[in-house]
Write a protein that binds this ligand. Structure first.
Ligand code: QAP
Ligand code: CO
Length: 175
């Protein structure tokens, strides 16, 4: 399966992803292909809608203390639901669908998530730190929400300005 990253302002990023009902080979192929493109793109998290599949599927691979990503730490979540949230934290987020832009975003510090694995087994995880932030970021994608939507009015204007500047530079390069 050959996947491409869908980038802002593509309207597909605004779609609401649908619950997965079949835990079959197609789902496993999607998950495997998502892992390949996430690693190739230097990502730590990816939602299926970012590769144009409107399914409630996301993957996470948080780096360890040595800042290395191990496949043993790969988490695949199907149909995730946050059942508990507490506290507050701020982190400078980025997104593979909004390349080269990073900004501080407020999130819940600790969350509890119910989800299914690739075989449909129910799982419960309590997360904090970067994993908690990443899960919240990726679940937002399943609802058509991007991290830039959470910026204050002035920070959003700063993003729009930087985005337009980057687009102009891209066009000049192509001429
Ligand atoms: C979401 O983000 C996230 O702009 C995953 O040029 C973000 O993997 C979770 C990336 C922050 C937790 C904290 C972004 C790679 C990767 C870029 C990513 C870029 C290259 C973003
Ligand atoms: Co993202």
């Amino acid at each position: 399966m050959q996947l491409n990253i869908v980038e802002y302002p593509d309207s597909r990023l605004r779609e609401k992803s649908k619950a997965v009902e079949k835990f079959d080979k197609d789902l496993h192929e999607l998950l495997d292909a998502m892992y390949t493109i996430m690693m190739k793109s230097n990502g730590i998290g990816l939602a299926a809608i970012q590769v144009a599949h409107a399914k409630q599927v996301l993957i996470l691979n948080i780096p360890d203390e040595e800042d290395e990503q191990s496949i043993d730490d790969l988490i695949e979540m199907v149909n995730p639901v946050i059942t508990h949230k507490a506290g507050e934290t701020t982190y400078q987020e980025g997104c593979l669908s909004v390349p080269s832009f990073y900004e501080d975003i407020n999130r819940f510090e600790t969350i509890t998530v119910n989800y299914q694995d690739r075989d449909g087994n129910t799982k419960i995880i309590e997360a904090n730190g970067l994993l908690s932030i990443a899960i919240q970021h990726e679940i937002d994608h399943l609802n058509g929400i991007l991290f830039i939507d959470k910026l204050s009015y002035s920070r959003r204007k700063k993003f729009e300005k930087e985005y337009k500047k980057a687009q102009k530079e891209k066009k000049l390069q192509n001429k």
